[in-house]
Design a binder for this molecule. Structure first.
Ligand code: MG
Ligand code: MG
Ligand code: MG
Length: 307
């Protein structure tokens, strides 16, 4: 039996990780390759909205991979965000838009561009390979860009993302702003989740030297509804800090209407956020004005100030 190459995004998958895996699967199949998109975690409400809207099934859930499995990484490259035994896999390709913290013994196709979304890179790859972008594929790409760039308002947004959105609106027949707003709002429905589940919807693990920390992010249209349960969030966060021996845990609730983030910072290195963002922490929380991007704002400021 010929083993198919598995395509997947990061753990705690967001809309880009899921939809771009499907978009890459389609591209690879069009190019005659034997591939299968899978996922490393639960589908969040926002992505559920997208898949329902398009009548698509979620990729199969993957827990672990066999040694020497051929894989394609989407929307991530760091081992800490990938499948647990990624070190035993053979990474054939990476398509990503994050800082590179990756090494491999074998040559590979590595495509990373400093754009707002993996889907923007994939759009260009379709063009380069002369592969037609269907209505469904265009809708998947548009969803990913709306999600990652918060409707092109995040500082991660580039001119390329804007240009691609225009093309994708034409192909999909969707109005980016209307569709994207509905999609983002669907993602803020966290009413049926416990604080422990909420912090894990979009949580990433990072390392600097011997320091280990997590940054979790959730989109909301109502900060108060989250912070009225602050004590429960703190309990869930402190449990993770203990369990994983973390030096720092930053939980950011991002207000998608006003483009601010209110954070909870815990762990021995919790005070780092004061220097990182020029704020004072009160009751473990701080309001970060005009901060919405983990990749471009929260993470680099913490990395620069953590020692
Ligand atoms: Mg992502
Ligand atoms: Mg992304
Ligand atoms: Mg994200």
């Amino acid at each position: 039996m010929i083993k198919e190459t598995l395509i997947f995004g990061h753990k705690n998958p967001d809309t880009d990780s899921i939809t771009s895996s499907l978009v890459m699967e389609n591209l690879e199949k069009e190019l005659g390759n034997n591939v299968k998109a899978v996922r490393l975690g639960n589908i969040n409400k926002e992505t559920e909205y997208v898949l329902n809207f398009l009548g698509l099934d979620a990729p199969e859930l993957l827990d672990s991979i066999d040694d020497n499995q051929d894989v394609i990484l989407i929307d991530h490259n760091e081992a800490s965000q990938s499948v647990d035994n990624i070190g035993n896999a053979k990474v054939l390709k990476v398509v990503d838009h994050h800082a590179i913290n990756f090494s491999t013994p074998s040559p590979l196709y590595y495509r990373a561009e400093p754009v707002g979304c993996t889907a923007t890179v994939l759009y260009k790859m379709y063009k380069e390979n002369d592969v037609e972008i269907s209505k469904t594929i265009a809708s998947l790409m548009l969803s990913a860009i709306a999600s990652d760039t918060l409707l092109l308002k995040s500082p991660t947004t580039t001119e390329e993302d804007k240009r691609v959105v225009k093309k994708l609106e034409d192909i999909s027949g969707l109005d980016f702003s209307t569709y994207g707003t509905d999609m983002l709002k669907a993602g803020t429905d966290i009413s049926e989740f416990t604080p422990e589940q909420i912090i894990n919807i979009d949580c990433k693990l990072f390392e600097k030297g011997n320091k280990k920390f997590r940054i979790a992010q959730v989109n909301t249209a109502d900060l108060d509804s989250i912070f009225k349960n602050q004590a429960y969030f703190e309990k869930a966060i402190n449990d993770d800090i203990q369990k994983e021996n973390l030096d720092l845990y930053v939980f950011a609730a991002t207000d998608i209407i006003n483009s601010n983030s209110k954070i909870i910072s815990l762990g021995n290195d919790a005070p780092v956020v004061e220097k990182a963002f020029g704020v004072s922490v009160d009751n473990n929380t701080a309001m970060l004005e005009n901060i919405v991007s983990r990749k471009k704002q929260i993470l680099p400021n913490i990395l620069n100030n953590l020692d």
